[in-house]
Design a protein around this ligand. Structure first.
Ligand SMILES: O=C(O)[C@@H](CO)OP(=O)(O)O
Length: 249
């Protein structure tokens, strides 16, 4: 049996302002930093430690991971960054307030943009300053790989190959892995691991900085999964994430 830990970043400045974030590289809030520390303390209390960590190239996930590893006194372990773990690209919604967008286009349309499996938000236009093609962190991308927008299906298509080719063999080698990523990139991995139906993934919301343990069999098929934190607090945090896309929460 293998065990991996998945974790969404702590609260970011744009989570706090309720803005669509995607590939925008916003920082953690003070609360987000505190959430990372609390997650690290919880993992320590439960006896977790890791051999290697995987994270995105976005600072909210990177700093959350550091906050956790610091509590575990494991800042020294290898940390592998890859854009394939980035948040789902939110296209031209990036930067807009979610509740205001829902007031303008309706809660149902915003739910489609936020949670549908195969309908992407409107794409960024060529020349939009949010299309940060020359950012050095994306220098290894092949032409055409930089997304203009993504639905969850697109995020599955770019994250799952990385899981299969890079992370899964490391898990199978017996290394203890933590993945610090984002709400929708983790939904993409969970959809694949648990084989969640396209219409059921709409209801899955991931709370910030709550360690989610997956126990996997010899073929890396999930045996069970569970959050380490308080169940009521996690249920409330999941409901709060779901409500962020409503005109009136
Ligand atoms: O804005 C985003 O990038 C994501 C995660 O914060 O939001 P949502 O939960 O609306 O998909």
């Amino acid at each position: 049996m293998y065990k991996i830990v998945l974790m969404r970043h702590g609260e970011s400045t744009w989570n706090k302002e309720n803005r669509f974030t995607g590939w925008t590289d916003v920082d953690l809030t003070e609360q987000g930093v505190a959430e990372a520390v609390a997650a690290g303390q919880l993992l320590k209390k439960e006896g977790y430690s890791f051999d290697i960590a995987y994270t995105s190239v976005l600072k909210r996930a990177n700093k959350t991971l550091n906050g956790v590893l610091e509590q575990l006194d494991q800042l020294w372990i290898p940390v592998v960054h890859h854009w394939r773990l980035n948040e789902r690209h939110y296209g031209s919604l990036q930067g807009l307030n979610k509740a205001e967008t829902a007031a303008k286009f309706g809660d149902d349309q915003v739910l489609v943009w936020r949670r549908s499996y195969d309908i992407p938000p409107p794409a960024l236009e060529e020349g939009d300053e949010r299309l940060t093609l020359n950012d050095p962190r994306y220098a290894d991308m092949k032409p055409g790989e930089f997304p203009r927008t993504e639905c969850l299906k697109d995020t599955v298509a770019r994250f799952v190959p990385y899981w299969l080719e890079t992370i899964a063999p490391v898990v199978k080698s017996g290394k203890r892995v933590i993945i610090a990523a984002h709400g929708n990139s983790l939904r993409a991995l969970i959809k694949y691991l648990d084989n969640v139906a396209d219409d059921e993934i709409v209801g899955l919301n991931i709370p910030t900085a709550q360690p989610l343990v997956y126990e996997l069999d010899a073929d890396l098929k999930p045996i069970k999964h569970y959050y380490l934190g308080d169940a009521d607090a996690i249920a409330a945090a999941m409901a709060a994430v779901a409500n962020q896309g409503k005109a009136k929460a």
